[in-house]
Structure formats: C-alpha cells, structure tokens
Design a protein around this ligand. Structure first.
Ligand SMILES: C[S@@+](CC[C@H](N)C(=O)[O-])C[C@H]1O[C@@H](n2cnc3c(N)ncnc32)[C@H](O)[C@@H]1O
Length: 321
C-alpha cells in the first residue's frame, strides 16, 4: 500500500467540505454520481473496479478501507480512467482484463469483451459431455480413462480473447482445441490468455475464415461458436460503448444477422464426427431464423435451444446425425 495513507479516524466525512480529504469512500461516491450523469449503467461498480485497479487492490479491499486516502499520483491516475470511462470507454478496456467463468482474461480493444451470457456455451459443453455416449477421457466429468478412450476434439470458431477455448481446456484435461479467428490481433490475445492459464499446449490457434485454414481431414466432437450476429440494421441501436469501442468484425454479420452462422452451418456437417455437437450463441432476434437454417441441413438434428437467465433463447444446439 505505497500510494495510500491509512486513516486512523473515521470522522472525515463529517468535516466541513473544504477539509474533506479524498478518502476511498468519498472518491467512490463522487465518481459513482459523476458516471451516472455520464450514461454508465453500472456507475458504482465502474468506480470501484477502476479505483481497485489503480490501487492494485482486490475490489473487496476497498470496503475495508473507506477511510484510506490515496495519494495524489493514485488520484491523478484514477481521474484519467474516470475521464475515459465518462467518455464511453468500457471498463474492461481501461483495466485490461475481465472475468469469465471464474477465470481472469486479458482483453484489449482488439477483442470482444467477454459477456456473462457466453458462459452458457461452456455450461452447455460440459453438460453435453456428461450426457455423451462418446468414450471420452478423464476430465469429461463422467468417464474413467482406459483402453479405447480418445482425446476429445473441440473447435472454437471466432475465438476472440480465447475464453471458450481456454475454459474448455481448463475443464477437460483430455481435450484438444482448435481455435480459429479471422483477426490476427485477436489471436495474439487469445494465445496470451492460453499461456496465462497454462493450457497453451492443448490449444492450436489458427488464423482462418471459419474452417478454411483447418486441414480438411480434421473433424470435431464439439464445435463451439459465439459468432458475429448483429444485423446491419441493428447497428445504430447498439449502446455507444459497444458500437464505438468494440471491434466491428466481432459483432456485425450482414443484412440479416445470420450470414456468418449460415456459412458455419454449411461447413459444420463435414467437420463434425457422427454424433458430434454444434453449440452456437445467438441473439433472441435471430432464433427462429437459425433454427430454420439448422433444419435445412439434412446432416444435422436440431436439439432444444438453451435459454438465458432472462428466459430468452441464447444457445442453439445441433447434432450430426
Ligand atoms: C462475437 S466475437 C466472440 C469472441 C469470443 N469467442 C467471445 O465469446 O467473447 C466473434 C469473433 O469471431 C471472429 N470472426 C468473425 N468472422 C469470422 C470468420 N468468418 N471466421 C473466423 N472468425 C471470425 C471475430 O474476429 C471475433 O473475434
């Protein structure tokens, strides 16, 4: 705690305003009010995450130190982050990381910021494996290792920051993941995240338009994808911190919103082992269209769609016949 004076007294907040020191508590209150007035929908959380980042504290430590007084250099660094947040920069880009499925991931403006709803894809994968008839290896949660057990092959299409590939590798020690993205800059971040979580050896990263650069004979037990699915016409209605800061290639699919998914579905049949599964994150707006596209693929069987916490359709599932 080099940049904070720990206060002995808890009486600062009753001092007259001109004597009021900038304690942790006062900084948070002021910033939350300021960010609220600048359009943040989580002003208090933003204030806490930014201050904890500047002080290099876990966020919980703020609560035990409301009376501590960050020094001028810490306050100046904080002011700059608050200024950028008020101008719209997402908090995850300001602090350079975001938690996903209880793991911490590096993020930069080259990658989409991980969303809580995408955790459903990880849950769907782990659930599908528990119920799978495939002879899967240790780590699948249900089956013991032994003769005939083979490595589980997983593809993560549009890996971005690598969250799905890394979570799969962390939770399924006997899997091998092929993670592809069209963005070389995103692949660098994904590789750094694999390194950070010690799963680099389990993941192959490839610059590829869908499966185009994946060797033609490679097939998978699971294909995971959170593809771009925003329709051109929806773009203007996206929140400013999304449309002005996150990569367009990660979000925008084309006039219908289903363009990338259409191509993915047409490639998936030949890329899945028989009985293998495709799990795709969607927006509720395109749910019906995506189900119709799956039904049009004779090699795929449509499985029940998984809903999110708001009971909205979020993950379309299909199985290769
Ligand atoms: C919605 S982001 C998802 C990123 C990450 N998987 C996640 O869930 O946070 C979509 C990603 O797909 C990539 N992408 C877009 N079109 C692609 C394509 N044709 N082939 C491969 N990747 C693509 C983008 O660069 C972006 O990283």
């Amino acid at each position: 705690m080099t940049n904070v004076k720990m206060s002995q007294s808890s009486s600062q907040n009753s001092d007259p305003p001109h004597n009021n020191p900038w304690t942790v508590g006062r900084l948070l209150q002021w910033t939350a009010d300021y960010l609220k007035g600048h359009g943040s929908d989580s002003p208090r959380l933003d204030a806490e995450v930014l201050l904890a980042d500047v002080l290099r504290w876990p966020r919980i430590q703020l609560y035990a130190n409301f009376d501590a007084e960050p020094d001028e250099s810490a306050r100046s660094a904080y002011r700059e982050l608050v200024r950028r947040r008020a101008a719209g920069t997402p908090v995850a880009y300001l602090v350079g990381h975001r938690e996903f499925y209880s793991l911490d991931f590096q993020v930069t403006p080259d990658v989409l910021i991980p969303r809580p709803e995408t955790e459903l894809l990880v849950v769907a994968l782990l659930d599908a494996i528990k119920n799978s008839p495939l002879p899967l290896g240790e780590g699948s949660g249900v089956r013991a290792t032994g003769p005939g057990v083979r490595v589980l092959e997983i593809a993560d299409v549009g890996t971005g920051s690598g969250i799905l590939a890394v979570c799969a590798a962390k939770h399924l020690p006997h899997c091998r993941v092929t993670a592809v993205d069209v963005s070389p800059a995103a692949l660098k971040i994904a590789a750094a995240n694999a390194e950070k979580h010690n799963v680099s050896e389990m993941i192959e990263f490839l610059e590829s338009d869908l499966f185009s650069a994946v060797p033609a004979d490679r097939q998978f037990d699971f294909i995971l994808s959170n593809p771009p699915y925003v329709a051109d016409g929806e773009w203007q209605s996206l929140p400013p911190d999304v449309k002005n800061f996150e990569p367009k290639t990660a979000l925008l699919a084309g006039p219908r919103g289903t363009e990338v998914i259409e191509k993915l579905l047409s490639q998936a049949v030949s890329r899945l082992h028989p009985g293998g599964c495709l799990l795709i994150e969607i927006s509720p707006q395109i749910h019906e269209a995506v189900c119709a596209l799956v039904l049009a693929q004779s090699g795929l069987e449509l499985l029940p769609t998984i809903k999110d916490l708001a009971r909205l359709p979020r993950v379309v599932q299909a199985k290769k016949r």
